[in-house]
Write a protein that binds this ligand. Structure first.
Ligand code: NAP
Length: 338
């Protein structure tokens, strides 16, 4: 395939970001169709990036348009499953932002549809495995530098969140990235989870318990503690330190100049998620484009989307019960044993 013609469903923050990178940064793709509930917004984005594209009448007509080779699903999470299933039915490649679906049963339906079709068509928008920091961590784990892994200490901090962000979203929207990347990093499976609520910050609204501490146990006995603190006020930070028998390997600080001034040493902390993973998003979407072009997707698959959703489901149960909850996983189809 020469140029991959992409249709985008959902032109919000990340939809626009992916359109920008496809039209200004990456190679081998063009945006040819857009759909959003807000047609004016889609038209504005066409004008802003001077796209040679049209606004489709519906998401379904965009998916079935013969002039569209591949679909980006960047609308709100609850809409993902229906669009991904439609794309599979149409035999189209689909890049679906996380989460693959908001329920485990919808993830299972997607997995089953892809297996039935006999062709890998789905890539899930877990971009952390494309981040150079995480890749370096994985290399040091895999080459035995730190010996057998025993523990992981991780944190996901945002400066603040809006009123619509609730306690469960700390798992389904935020922790879901850690659930995917830690499984990939450790090459291990989660078997149980517990969620603890420390003293809550006074700046969180009534429907959000913040922070939360998630304790994950893996099949090999590794314990990972992950702090999710989405009103930390001072900045956006992702931390991950993996402790092994012979040492520790940790994500580096996001590079920023160290300033010495007025009797102090300081370093800027990002306030926004977009810049922290900007290179990873570029690599992720370029990999999807290349995969569509040569008929072989390589990024996180629908099974990865299902595993993250099933683990998130156990975390949601643990939020309510306060107990250690098992992670139950269906048996992996041979299709995903690659
Ligand atoms: P957003 O800014 O709210 O954008 C979502 C867009 O989709 C809005 O323009 C919305 O229109 C539109 N939309 C809603 N329902 C739709 C439907 N049924 N069909 C077509 N368009 C629809 O949200 P966002 O922050 O871009 O997030 C979108 C998705 O990306 C979410 O699943 C989120 O979890 C994921 N995400 C991933 C990352 C990452 O790091 N990988 C980062 C950010 C977001 P209205 O505004 O009119 O409702």
């Amino acid at each position: 395939m020469s140029t991959v013609r992409i249709g985008v469903i959902g032109i919000g923050m990340i939809g626009e970001e992916h359109i920008r990178r496809c039209s200004q940064v990456l190679s081998g793709a063009e945006i040819v169709a857009l759909f959003d509930l807000n047609t004016d917004r889609a038209n504005d984005v066409i004008a802003k990036y001077s796209l040679d594209a049209h606004v489709a009448e519906s998401a379904e007509s965009l998916i079935h348009d013969p002039a569209v080779d591949a679909v980006f699903v960047t609308s709100w999470g609850g809409t993902h499953a229906a669009y991904v299933l439609e794309a599979i039915a149409a035999g189209k490649y689909v890049f679906c932002e996380k989460p693959l679906a908001t329920t485990v049963s919808d993830c299972e339906r997607i997995v089953a549809a892809e297996v039935d079709g006999g062709r890998r068509l789905v890539q899930v928008g877990f971009m952390r495995p494309y981040d150079s920091g995480y890749r370096d961590l994985k290399a040091r784990i895999d080459d035995g530098t730190i010996g057998e892994v025993l523990m992981v200490h991780a944190a996901h901090r945002n400066p603040s969140v809006g009123d619509t962000y609730t306690t469960d979203m700390a798992i389904t929207d935020t922790l879901i990235h850690e659930l995917d990347v830690l499984r990939w990093l450790l090459n291990d499976e989660f078997v149980s989870v517990q969620v603890l609520f420390p003293r809550g910050t006074s700046v969180a609204h009534a429907k959000l318990k913040d922070p939360q501490l998630v304790i994950l146990h893996t099949k090999r006995g590794v314990i990972a503690d992950i702090e999710v603190f989405v009103n930390c006020q001072y900045g956006y930070e992702i931390r991950c330190a993996v402790v092994g028998e012979k040492g520790e390997v940790a994500l580096p600080e996001f590079p920023a100049p160290v300033v010495r001034h007025g009797g102090a040493i300081s370093q800027t902390v990002l306030m926004d998620w977009k810049k922290r993973f900007i290179a990873a998003y570029d690599t992720e979407i370029q990999d999807f484009i290349n995969g569509v072009s040569d008929g072989k997707l390589r990024g996180p698959d629908a099974w990865a989307g299902y595993l993250a959703a099933a683990t998130a489901d156990a975390c949601l149960r643990a939020q309510i019960s306060g107990e250690i909850e098992p992670v139950s996983i269906i048996s992996r189809p041979d299709f995903y044993k690659h």
